[in-house]
Design a protein around this ligand. Structure first.
Ligand code: ZN
Ligand code: ZN
Ligand code: FE
Length: 713
């Protein structure tokens, strides 16, 4: 089973049982059993395999240049499956009748395409359709269409084309004007764009590429891999402004591969294209032809559609390689709807996730089924996508939840959705407890662990904003052993886009007053500074937060790196990038202190005021930003290790789970893993779901299952 498993097989566990002989004499592959209770796992969409690529590149093959070539080892799955059992009539390929040649392959157990449900060829399968507004439409071959696309891209135009899990917007990533135009039309100011390169060697010419990163790029999930741009890279600065981290992916379908072959021929050089989700700012990715023409009308100059329907929208996945291992930042195409095997509990629950980077999660038969990345639940369209995904996953996996788990935050649309559900047991779960439980669930940990949950925002049980938490946790509950010393966030969550606000809060907390004169009165307009300072001093319209994400923001602003951001986490990314410019790689940490709790039921406090004071001195001395940023990271690592040691001494725990969005920071994660290992801790990090809020639903689901098992009432 292990050594001869086909490439796409995943073995969760093997059970052995003696069964009586039935007296059968032959071997038969039977029709799928359509029984209503069947629990079948649905495979994710998988990138084109080498054999299929070879077919499409061979001019003697009947699939030469055919963009929809696939086989049992590759091709679309989750995005085209309507229902189970997974047979052709239950996919969006049902409307294409196989020709005699395809049918023959489909029925031949010796063929690579035996029972390949999306099997197709140029005679019988889907076709590309080009629409350039203002030009007459004509039936063209795939090569003709992609040649026109290649020429449009060379002219600096923006093309919307239908990928595997949704529309993508493409333009030449080496033409600054084209990239700026795409930013303007997509109303996206600074958030980095992903880039597609034709092969791994060209990706290595654009960005530094370690062997593990190359492996992630060519993996069958074909995710976007965050890489560090080479200084001499031909990519336009506008691809990821002010940020050396650039997301790169390789072609994942024969259609993408064919386009890059044509680009090479027409342009006479290797091409790098922006390949970003076809949507308007934060809305879900567009999947239907007519919808694309309507919604993307103001963005795209041309549309390359095809007539194979996408049933389920699945965005491109995003990963980063840390310590030689792949870490998911966004889990979607290629990964979803792969289950996480919990190995315990039969309960069927729905977990609604958080707000940012939302996912939902269902459980059944000891499996957790996290959905693909759904997006920030901040608009009607994304909520619709959430509801649609819930409905489809419930049907696909035959899940009938008896309980619904949700965040404590009453303002999250996911919480409001959960509270509207009738007849289900409600299980509220604290945000950071869910982060730690998601890490525990991935590793099937039982018992209590040290949970370091560091992120931007999550509502605490005391109605303040948490985010720098040290929890002694199991699935059923947690004690808040320690936290970051809380500071006030003036203007609440609205202040997240303006790191200068939290920077002034740290100044006030550290120095007892906010200094004036440059650079301090240049952090924002004077009038706004005055208003915020007054809020801070009078403690009005300002909520206390122990958020580690806000500490990153504060330091980024204090050292003048960034006073305003256009997306959450931007300041932290820039701080990490600055620290990576520092060599030697190890920087001495600044001072911090640990304050014992003042009551037995209160939490201890990691206090970074000594660090802030030293940073201000270093700044005044003219110390370099990379050095300060590197020492800042080293301080956080030292503080986490110090509190973990304290928890081991007080509570006898030596397993540490690291979770929350801050652990997407490679320096912080690497530093913590190495230091904690060195001190004899067992350290657990995320591999199957993101450390960010995309992993929250898995944690909520794991907690709900254990609560139901402990108290079935
Ligand atoms: Zn194949
Ligand atoms: Zn055919
Ligand atoms: Fe979080």
């Amino acid at each position: 089973m292990h050594s001869e498993a086909p490439p796409l097989v995943r073995i969760a566990e093997i059970e052995r049982a003696e069964i009586p002989a039935t007296g059968e004499t032959g071997f038969a592959i039977r029709e799928s059993d359509a029984a209503g209770s069947a629990f079948a796992l649905v495979p994710p969409d998988i990138c084109v395999c080498e054999a299929c690529l070879a077919d499409t590149r061979d001019s003697a093959n009947r699939r030469f240049d055919y963009p929809f070539t696939n086989c049992t080892n590759c091709g679309p799955r989750y995005s085209i499956i309507l229902d189970i059992p997974y047979d052709r009539p239950m996919t969006t390929m049902a409307e294409f009748a196989m020709c005699a040649d395809c049918r023959h392959e489909y029925e031949d157990p010796e063929s690579r395409r035996f029972h390949a449900q999306p099997n197709a060829c140029p005679v019988c399968g889907p076709r590309l359709i080009l629409n350039v507004p203002g030009q007459p439409r004509a039936p063209l071959s795939a090569r003709e269409i992609l040649t026109r696309v290649a020429d449009l891209l060379r002219e600096g135009r923006i093309v919307a084309w239908k990928g595997l899990g949704g529309y993508q917007l493409a333009c030449d990533a080496t033409q600054p004007a084209a990239v700026e135009e795409l930013r303007r039309r997509k109303r996206r100011s600074e958030k980095p764009f992903a880039v597609m390169a034709g092969d791994a060697d060209f990706a290595a010419a654009l960005c530094f590429l370690s062997p593990a990163e190359r492996e992630a790029l060519v993996s069958r999930e074909r995710p976007i891999v965050l890489l560090r741009r080479r200084p001499e890279s031909p990519l336009a600065e506008g691809v990821s402004p002010g940020n050396p981290a650039t997301g790169v992916m390789l072609p994942c379908t024969p259609m993408h591969d064919l386009l890059f072959r044509i680009l090479r021929e027409r342009w006479g050089r290797e091409a790098a294209l922006i390949m970003t989700s076809g949507n308007i700012s934060e809305e879900p990715i567009v999947i239907e032809n007519a919808e694309a023409e309507e919604r993307l009308a103001d963005i795209a100059d041309a549309f390359a559609h095809h007539n194979r329907r996408i049933h389920t929208r699945v965005d491109d996945s995003v990963v980063r390689v840390v310590l030689g291992e792949t870490m998911l930042l966004r889990r979607a195409r290629g990964y979803a709807p792969q289950p996480v095997f919990l190995g315990r509990g039969e309960a069927e629950v729905l977990a609604c996730g958080a707000q940012q980077k939302n996912t939902l999660c269902l459980t059944r038969a000891g499996f957790a089924l996290p959905s693909q990345h759904l997006g920030d639940l901040e608009n009607f369209e994304t909520l619709r996508f959430f509801e649609e995904t819930l409905e489809r996953m419930s049907r696909l996996f035959h899940v009938h939840p008896t309980a619904v788990a949700h965040d404590l935050h009453p303002g999250y649309l996911s919480t409001q959705f959960a509270l509207r559900m009738e007849g289900l047991r409600r299980i509220p779960v604290q945000h950071h407890h869910a982060h730690i439980a998601s890490c525990m669930a991935e590793h099937r940990l039982q018992g209590r662990v040290i949970g370091v949950a560091w992120d931007g925002t999550g509502l605490g049980t005391d109605q303040t904003i948490w985010g720098g938490e040290f929890l002694a946790a199991d699935y059923l509950g947690f004690d808040r052993f320690a936290r970051l010393r809380p500071v006030l966030l003036p203007g609440g969550d609205a202040g997240v886009r303006e790191p200068w606000r939290i920077a002034r809060s740290y100044l006030l907390d550290t120095l007892g007053s906010i200094p004036s004169g440059p650079p301090w009165d240049q952090m924002a307009a004077l009038e706004r500074l005055r208003v915020m300072d007054a809020m801070l001093r009078r403690r009005v319209n300002a909520i206390p937060t122990s958020s580690a994400g806000r500490l990153f923001d504060a330091v980024a602003s204090l050292i003048g790196l960034r006073h305003n951001v256009s997306f959450e986490g931007q300041a932290a990314m820039m701080l990490e990038a600055a620290a990576q410019e520092f060599s030697p790689a190890t920087a001495p940490p600044y001072d911090f202190t640990f304050a014992e709790p003042d009551r037995p039921d209160a939490a201890g406090e990691a206090d970074f005021r000594p660090m802030i004071r030293r940073i201000l001195e270093d700044l005044a001395r003219g110390d370099s930003r990379p050095r300060i940023a590197a020492r800042f990271h080293a301080t956080l690592v030292a503080a986490i290790a110090a509190v973990c040691r304290r928890m081991r001494a007080d509570l006898g725990l030596d397993r540490v789970c690291l979770s929350g969005g801050c652990f997407q920071n490679a320096l912080l994660l690497q530093g913590c893993v190495k230091t904690l290992h060195g001190e004899g801790f067992e350290v657990f990090t995320h591999h199957e779901v993101p450390a960010n809020d995309g992993g929250i639903s898995l944690g909520q689901a794991a907690i709900a299952c254990e609560i139901l098992a402990a108290d079935p009432s």
